[in-house]
Write a protein that binds this ligand. Structure first.
Ligand SMILES: [Zn+2]
Length: 766
């Protein structure tokens, strides 16, 4: 608005120049349009050149039914008409036969646990297509963990429905596609778990069938609780007509099926048509091991995929392997690859180093590449000229490539909790999903998957468990992650209250009883037991605390509590935050993350039970928020619920009403956002305490300030966010993809959207 005012006042003075500049601009626009058109045509031609492969391979969707030896599966439409004669011409793939015989294509209810490459996703899609063909009412949803996978499923659904002659309104809603979603105009919705969770409260949303892919992510440390919450909300509130859950790797499938209340369909390695071997070994020099494995594969004329945990790492690995791989190229390869590189050259400026690598027979592949560049890399690999791809795990979700060797270079990923990095070891499920890219049916005859593990990353027990699980291609048992963080537990309760409008303590307990946590660990829930002193039994080091250790000071920080502890003549600083706990004593630095030193034990005790007035209520609440998940063994579940509700109420996310509790405006936003609850609470205070109307830029700045403890990062983010906010109309806020080096986090977007909803927030907040 400021800009348009400025332009108006300056208009007279620059009249002549404006006319000239209008003409110049128009010329530029036309020129750009022409160039764009040209580029589009060029791309289209390249695509046609590149992808004349058989239709069965054109889309790279995972779990295409492994067809007869040719690798070209029976046409999906034919498979589905299992009552017709056509099916007898092709051997149906075993898992589909099993599912069909059990009647689940018709009922839509099942948990399918089967190795990768057996056709699970195909069955999931068939269940939804069947519903559309039968004209079953409601929105049928296919939910996946990754955007790339959502796009693959979406395209497969469109193609398959088309082949079956069905007209259906298929929509996709992920972070990449923020088109408005109207339940009344949607037959099938493809979405990510998180996005769908946020859409769930839409009042006119009536659910038909729901398919959830990769359901073993329930056991994922960061995404598990939200998925579990989503499933409980589906089971108890927005009940779909059926639930179909899919997973490659779960070692306790019956428990999971019982919890979901659906029949179990088990696939086995025999349902795969390719022999694969998986290995997990300790390796000191992973870089050297990687080169040795790749060289061995290249000598045999095989191809390799290497999984890395970051885009930067995937680029580095590709360039490290450049010289090695180039030595194995034939003249034919060199010619084909330089053609590919020349074609790709018109596409993206970012791809310059990629072009060089391509010519050497190796390429990287990650979500930062344009879709065209990714397709180009995949096509060159399918044509077998490109020998090695080094990539991030996005390639594991749904891309079929003919690699015989797969190496998972990093068996952990870096998670950022409030901007602080932390190593999270991949679940066996994730690892097997990646290793399972080796030896895809119909593309190679056998596969080898190797996961080298750095020494000291895991303790002996963890390592031997992982080795066993990988060797036998068995996932870990899926257990609930809800008890692992109090933020998750509070968020679970908040979603329950927000969904129902109003809820009593008993209602929330009822929802907890529907959780996987409760299903696997049933326990008494009573509300009359106080937060007891004996919860310190969960922190064994508390017994070492003696009279010489005391809490000196403690204060609230944006992600928990910080303070200092006096021990004899020494002072140690500590922090108790949602990212973990730290103490500056020498013992703590030597210990593993899970263990608590005696200073922290003393601090936790005093923060929770002190009655000398050294700890104020807010500091105590934040200490509970950051540490109450620890009290698992001795603390009653009812007491946990009560403590959580007290904090939610103190933070203005819920309010007490005669019948129980109700979510406040900001609570409802927080329940469906990616923000942690403490951050929502702080943002709420910021909005309330601001004199006047805060702009989106204010809110973005606050969130950035509160989010990052590290000031250098904060500065960088503030600049980037403010630039972005300045350029983006509020209504059109999308993830700012084009800005290189600027990685958006959902919290910024959520904060901005929240600020758009400020009017309703401030009405209900006070
Ligand atoms: Zn300590």
């Amino acid at each position: 608005m400021i800009n348009s005012g400025a332009i108006r006042s300056a208009r007279g003075a620059v009249g002549v120049i404006s006319v000239a500049s209008v003409i110049i601009n128009a010329l530029h626009t036309i020129q750009n349009l022409l160039r764009q058109r040209q580029r589009q045509r060029q791309r289209q031609r390249q695509k046609e050149d590149r992808l004349p492969v058989e239709p069965g391979l054109q889309s790279s969707s995972e779990d295409r039914p492994p067809g007869p030896q040719s690798g070209r599966g029976p046409r999906p439409g034919q498979l589905l008409t299992h009552s017709s004669n056509i099916c007898h011409k092709f051997p149906l793939f075993p898992l589909y036969e099993k599912a069909s015989a059990a009647g689940v294509i018709t009922t839509g209810n099942c948990l399918i646990v089967a190795p990768t490459g057996t056709g699970k996703s195909y069955i999931g899609r068939a269940i939804l297509e069947e519903a559309v063909l039968r004209g079953e009412p409601g929105v049928h949803a296919y939910l996946v963990p990754y955007r790339a996978l959502a796009a693959e499923i979406y395209e497969s659904l469109l193609r398959e429905l088309d082949q079956r002659g069905a007209t259906a309104r298929v929509k996709i809603s992920t972070g990449d596609h923020r088109d408005p979603f109207y339940p009344g105009e949607t037959d099938i919705l493809v979405s990510t778990f998180e996005r769908f969770s946020a859409l769930l409260p839409s009042q006119d949303l009536r659910l038909g069938r729901v398919v959830l892919d990769e359901v073993h992510l329930l056991a994922d440390e960061s995404r598990g609780p939200a998925l579990e919450s989503l499933l409980v909300r589906l089971k108890t509130w927005k009940r779909p007509t059926s639930i179909c859950a899919l997973s490659a790797v779960v070692s306790n499938p019956q428990e999971l099926a019982d919890w979901l209340g659906v029949p179990l369909i088990l696939g086995s390695a025999q349902d795969r048509t390719v022999e694969v071997e998986f290995r997990c070994e300790v390796e000191k020099d992973i870089g050297e091991r990687l080169k040795a494995e790749v060289a061995r594969a290249l000598e045999k004329g095989e191809q390799a995929i290497i999984f890395c945990n970051s885009k930067a790492a995937s680029q580095k690995v590709a360039s490290d392997l450049q010289a090695l791989v180039a030595g194995f190229l034939t003249e034919d390869d060199i010619r084909a690859l330089s053609d590919t590189a020349a074609h790709a050259a018109g596409d993206e400026e970012e791809a310059e180093d990629l072009l060089k690598l391509l010519s050497a027979g190796v390429a990287y592949h990650h979500a930062g590449l344009s879709r065209d560049a990714r397709l180009c890399v995949e096509a060159a690999f399918r044509n077998r000229h490109l020998k090695v791809i080094s990539c991030t795990p996005t390639l594991a979700a749904g891309v079929n490539l003919p690699a015989r060797l797969v190496v998972v270079r990093d068996v952990y990923r870096m998670e950022f909790i409030r901007g602080r990095p932390r190593r999270v070891v991949l679940s066996t499920g994730e690892l097997l999903n990646m290793l399972g890219r080796a030896g895809r049916p119909g593309q190679v005859e056998a596969g080898l998957g190797v996961a080298p593990v750095e020494p000291d990353l895991l303790d002996e027990d963890e390592l031997s468990q992982l080795e066993l699980a990988i060797r036998e291609a068995k996932g870990n048992p899926v257990r609930s992650r809800l008890p692992d963080s109090f933020d998750s537990f509070m968020r679970f309760l908040l979603a329950v209250i927000s969904d129902r409008g109003e809820a009593t303590l008993e209602d929330t307990a009822e929802a907890v009883r529907e959780s996987l946590w409760y299903h696997l660990e049933p326990q008494a829930i009573s509300f009359d037991r106080p937060l007891q002193v004996d919860i310190m039994e969960d922190i064994p080091s508390f017994s070492k605390v003696n009279g010489s250790i005391r809490l000196e000071r403690a204060w609230p920080v944006s992600d928990g509590v910080a303070g200092s502890v006096v021990s004899g003549d020494k002072i140690y600083n500590f922090s108790l935050t949602i990212a973990g706990e730290e103490c500056s004593c020498p013992a703590k630095s030597k210990w593993r993350r899970r263990e608590t030193c005696k200073h922290l034990a003393c601090a936790i005790y005093t923060l929770l039970f002190d009655d000398t007035g050294i700890v104020d209520e807010e500091t105590r609440n934040r200490a509970l928020y950051a540490s109450a998940h620890r009290f698992r063994k001795t603390l009653d579940l009812g007491t946990k619920i009560k403590v959580a509700m007290d904090i939610l109420a103190a933070w203005g996310l819920i309010e007490r009403v005669p019948g129980g509790f109700r979510a406040t405006g900001v609570g409802a936003i927080a329940a469906n956002s990616g923000l942690d609850l403490l951050l929502s609470r702080i943002a709420r205070d910021r909005v309330l305490n601001y004199a006047g109307t805060p702009s989106p830029s204010d809110v973005a700045s606050w969130v950035t300030e509160d989010f990052f403890g590290d000031e250098t990062k904060r500065e960088k983010w503030l600049r980037a966010v403010n630039d972005w906010v300045g350029e983006t109309p509020l209504k059109k806020i999308k993830l700012p993809r084009p800005r290189p080096g600027f990685l958006p986090a959902p919290f910024i977007v959520t904060a901005l959207i929240s600020s758009g909803a400020r009017v309703s927030m401030s009405c209900t907040m006070s």
